[in-house]
Design a binder for this molecule. Structure first.
Ligand code: SF4
Length: 210
């Protein structure tokens, strides 16, 4: 049984619908974590038939121990689904500087738009530098993330760097549900907060301190 059959069976996959907007090519996939990447990689690989390299660029993730934990789960997934993985620079000071004034914004607000842009800007730049055909992100698989904003930001960087952005909404057609099922099947660690210091729930901070 190959990986596609194995996973399809494990998650009771009902098949992809429609035709891909593009097929084949090398893509640099901005990845936020392994659970979100699981279904996105599955779709890019078996629907879009792309050659995938994931780019773990997330200076927003706090604290560093969490950042490393999420990265090591990515390594597990990359080994299972056989794709390449690049670890970006953890330039958290720069991230804090750019978002500090918006620390009191609610999750999903303006601070998040800057956070999406920081990560997509770096991904587009890297994709151009390394000669990829496309770039995209795992972010749209989450029901908490606004795909229309993320796609708009991606299209802006497409223009800025002259590299195609694969516009998607990976949560559609049960994408999020399948990502949860793949993560369970592969026993991937799933975090309890989005990533930045401002998104850590009080009860988790208390737990860490006690
Ligand atoms: S809540 Fe998530 S998307 Fe928003 S700023 Fe924090 S890490 Fe970024």
């Amino acid at each position: 049984m190959d990986k596609f059959e194995e996973l399809s069976k494990a998650i009771d996959f009902q098949g992809f619908k429609g035709k891909p907007s593009v097929e084949g090519g090398k893509i640099l996939l901005h990845t936020c974590c392994a659970p979100c990447s699981s279904y996105v990689v599955f779709k890019l690989k078996y629907f879009y038939k792309m050659d995938i390299t994931a780019y773990y660029y997330n200076p927003n993730i706090h604290p560093e121990e969490e950042y490393e934990r999420r990265y090591s789960e990515m390594e597990k997934l990359a080994e299972f689904l056989d794709f390449k993985l690049i670890k970006g620079v953890y330039d958290k000071e720069s991230w804090f500087k750019k978002t500090e004034k918006l620390k009191n914004e609610p999750e999903g607000g303006r601070r998040c738009y800057i956070c999406y842009a920081i990560r997509l800007n770096e991904t587009a730049k890297k994709a151009k530098e390394l000669g990829f055909d496309y770039f995209t992100t795992t972010l749209t698989v989450s029901p908490h993330m606004k795909h229309h904003i993320i796609n708009k930001i991606g299209k802006n960087f497409e223009k800025k760097y002259g590299i195609k952005f694969l516009e998607e909404n990976f949560k559609k057609q049960n994408g999020y549900l399948y990502s949860v099922r793949i993560s369970k099947y592969l026993k991937l660690y799933r975090q309890h907060y989005c990533g930045c210091l401002y998104s850590i729930p009080d009860n988790l901070i208390l737990k860490r301190e006690s």
